[in-house]
Ligand binder design. Structure first.
Ligand SMILES: NC(=O)c1ccc[n+]([C@@H]2O[C@H](COP(=O)([O-])OP(=O)(O)OC[C@H]3O[C@@H](n4cnc5c(N)ncnc54)[C@H](OP(=O)(O)O)[C@@H]3O)[C@@H](O)[C@H]2O)c1
Length: 318
């Protein structure tokens, strides 16, 4: 594994991190999830990313992760970076969603209980809440650190200007705000406009989620929708409608470039997000140990020639 400092902080993150959004809920096979986490850790993936609502049902990924930690990682807590978040709907009524102090701090307590932990390494505001003053949300993150329940804090899905504002507030409080978690892949490039400049200016790290566009940027959908894949499942966010003939033809062309690089398309898509030095870590999901092994091979070739990048751009613009 390779590790990079998270912005200007002293915390190093692996360039590949593992997310538990899908594949780790009560609806999934517990032993597969357990095996994935064990292999990931053995391969140097020290960072595991969760959120209160991951499952389904919401909360079950944290609960399963807590069980796995207890069974397999009791002596390894200090070698792991565990994150969780609050921001999306978690429980009924006015206090289980958004960015209020009430929600964030109660949710963090619940997450710690589910994971059977005393603290998380990173606690995020999962999304901006236009109905809550951003100061309140940031003070809640600061409070989580002061309570000893989080070592560092981060924000996810915040636009560039609001990120600047958060940085200013948290700097004034002396809060260890070290990371932004946005979506980024060949198919989702909003962060190139300004956010990457802002995170650099503010000395933050960037961990990018869904670098494989939830599996689209792999070879798996080239010949239809395989049984058991995310697009075939009822709960997941990747829908059959996303797999259009245009996408399949683009993915086929990208796959041809990957093959010339002696890489799988999944590996090339991960290398592509990591080509920007401001990206600290690619946050992947996997549904099997085989996918994890495949993705780990990316470390053998992370660089691109100018020509390859031009070819990729022209496919994406086609
Ligand atoms: N902050 C936020 O708002 C937010 C939002 C979304 C995600 N996240 C974080 O980001 C993490 C990753 O998100 P993601 O799961 O969407 O990431 P992703 O890496 O883009 O997609 C993961 C999916 O791609 C497929 N895949 C992975 N490796 C493969 C391979 N080598 N060959 C073929 N298929 C492969 C698998 O799909 P199948 O299941 O079909 O096999 C896997 O479930 C989440 O777990 C979460 O921690 C954060």
């Amino acid at each position: 594994m390779q590790y990079k400092f998270c912005g200007k902080s002293g915390l190093k993150l692996p360039v590949l991190s593992l997310g538990l959004w899908h594949n780790f809920g009560f609806v999934d096979n517990f032993n597969t999830g357990r095996e994935i986490i064990r292999v990931a850790f053995d391969k140097g993936i020290t960072h595991f990313d969760l959120a209160n609502n991951y499952g389904p049902p919401p909360g079950s990924a944290e609960e399963n992760f807590g069980t796995i930690l207890k069974k397999d990682f009791a002596n390894h807590r200090d070698e792991m970076i565990i994150s969780t978040k609050a921001g999306y709907l978690m429980w009924e009524g006015p206090y289980g969603d958004g960015g209020s102090r009430k929600y964030l701090l109660a949710s963090l307590d619940q997450s710690l209980k589910r994971m059977q932990l005393d603290y998380v390494d990173l606690f995020y505001s999962h999304r901006p809440d236009p109905e809550t003053p951003v100061e309140e949300t940031m003070y809640a993150l600061d409070q989580a650190v002061k309570q000893g329940k989080a070592l560092y804090v981060g924000i996810s899905n915040y636009p560039a200007d609001l990120t600047k504002k958060c940085a200013k507030i948290l700097k004034s409080l002396g809060t260890p705000f070290i990371i932004h978690q946005p979506k980024y892949s060949m198919y989702e490039r909003w962060i190139e406009d300004r956010l990457l400049d802002v995170v650099e200016e503010e000395g933050l790290g960037t961990i990018v989620f869904s670098p494989l566009a939830q599996g689209l940027l792999t070879s798996k959908y080239l010949k239809g929708i395989p049984e058991g894949s995310r697009a075939a499942k009822e709960h997941g966010f990747l829908q059959k409608e996303h797999i259009t003939s245009k996408v399949v033809s683009q993915v086929q062309s990208l796959n041809n470039i990957a093959q010339k690089r002696n890489q799988s398309l999944a590996q090339m898509a991960i290398a592509w997000v990591l080509r920007d030095s401001r990206v600290t870590s690619a946050l992947i999901g996997v549904s099997s140990v085989e996918q994890l092994y495949d993705n780990l091979e990316v470390l053998k070739n992370l660089s691109f020639s100018k020509d390859e990048l031009i070819q990729i751009e022209s496919i994406l613009r086609s």
